[in-house]
Design a protein around this ligand. Structure first.
Ligand code: HPA
Ligand code: ZN
Length: 335
């Protein structure tokens, strides 16, 4: 806490928050990027940390993804993934995050010759360490890249069999335009048959129809982003009736120009429509802030009260992949 912090910021910091939409590769800060480049003999196309940060001026999702995939090129070993996640957990703890669901992109590492063991074992070790060091609980979401062949996703999922018991959900991310979710029905069905639920990015840059498709063909239990649902009144009614959680990422949406400014963000409209909204940071190293920054920015933009933030934080805890005991304990702290 800084001395200049407002009472509201301090209160938001202390609120035990649950982060459901976080790409762990998107938590890679330029300082660690340089340290890992050095460790692994990777040449970066930048001279300095400042030059990396200066490049984070995105036009849209694809322009961000180019830098995101380039940045993760420094991640090679289990230790790299461990260090990446521990650096994130330390910041999450400062932000008052109590529970984190880490998405990661195994295919983006496999194509670089990094075996599945490295992200799986590195991240799992970090999750255990975060629990004992900081009391932060976590879950692991194995995501598939929607702009690659669905057959490859299925093959990678089968190759990950040694870790199926520690995969809390499968996910779907990467470039959304022209990559509808239905193509991945097989791998999501296979995961479901093993008792592994699905989540999917939909309605970030893609149309509202992709959200409906994710619900109907992938049977997802949560939608990542989902902000474009407002373009389809019937879909809004379905999302409201089923209370499907939307993992909304306010600062991400501004950075990737999904919305021109935060004040124009559809978040208030989503809440007024009775939808199940949660707040998340997506790729905090690239989008200008972690969970607390997202909460504070929403307070500044929308004037939300403590009750509003408690409501959305409860939504996240209710929608989280966590042990029931842990859920009850967190909900008690939010009451
Ligand atoms: N959207 C889609 N795919 C992603 C993102 C995102 O914001 N971040 C990392 N992969
Ligand atoms: Zn995302």
């Amino acid at each position: 806490m800084t001395t200049s912090e407002t009472a509201m910021t301090t209160w938001l910091r202390e609120l035990p928050k649950a982060e459901l939409h976080l790409h762990i590769e998107g938590t890679l800060e330029p300082e660690l990027m340089f340290a890992l480049a050095d460790r692994n003999d990777v040449t970066l196309p930048y001279d300095s940390v400042e030059a990396v940060r200066a490049a984070y001026d995105f036009e849209d999702l694809p322009s961000f993804l180019n830098l995101y995939y380039q940045g993760m090129g420094v991640l090679h070993t289990q230790a790299d993934f461990f260090d990446l996640a521990m650096a994130y957990f330390a910041r999450a703890r400062e932000d008052g995050v109590a529970h984190v669901e880490l998405s990661f992109d195994p295919q983006a590492h496999l194509v670089r010759g990094v075996p599945l063991e490295a992200p799986f074992e590195g991240l799992l070790a970090a999750c255990r360490e975060a629990e004992s060091r900081y009391g932060i609980s976590s879950a692991l979401i194995m995501s598939f890249l929607r702009d690659r062949d669905p057959a490859e996703a299925l093959e990678v999922f089968e190759r990950a069999a040694p870790w199926h018991s520690v995969v809390d959900a499968v996910g779907l991310d990467s470039a959304e335009r022209d990559h509808p979710p239905g193509r991945f029905a097989k791998v999501f069905a296979r995961a479901r048959a093993l008792g592994i639920p699905g989540v999917a990015h939909a309605g970030e840059e893609g149309p509202a129809t992709y959200i409906r498709e994710a619900l109907e063909t992938l049977d997802v239990c949560r939608v990542d982003h989902g902000v474009r649902c407002l373009e389809d009144a019937d879909l809004v009614a379905t999302l409201r009736e089923r209370q499907i959680p939307l993992t909304v990422c306010p600062l991400s949406n501004v950075k990737l120009k999904v919305t021109p400014t935060l004040t124009e963000h559809p978040l208030p409209a989503l809440r007024e429509a009775g939808l199940n909204v949660t707040l998340n940071s997506d790729d905090p190293a690239y989008f200008g802030g972690g969970m607390l920054d997202n909460y504070v920015a929403c307070h500044d933009a929308f004037g939300w009260t403590r009750d509003d933030f408690i409501d959305m934080t409860c939504n996240a805890v209710q929608a989280a992949f966590m042990a029931e005991e842990r859920r009850e304990a967190l909900l008690e702290r939010l009451a």
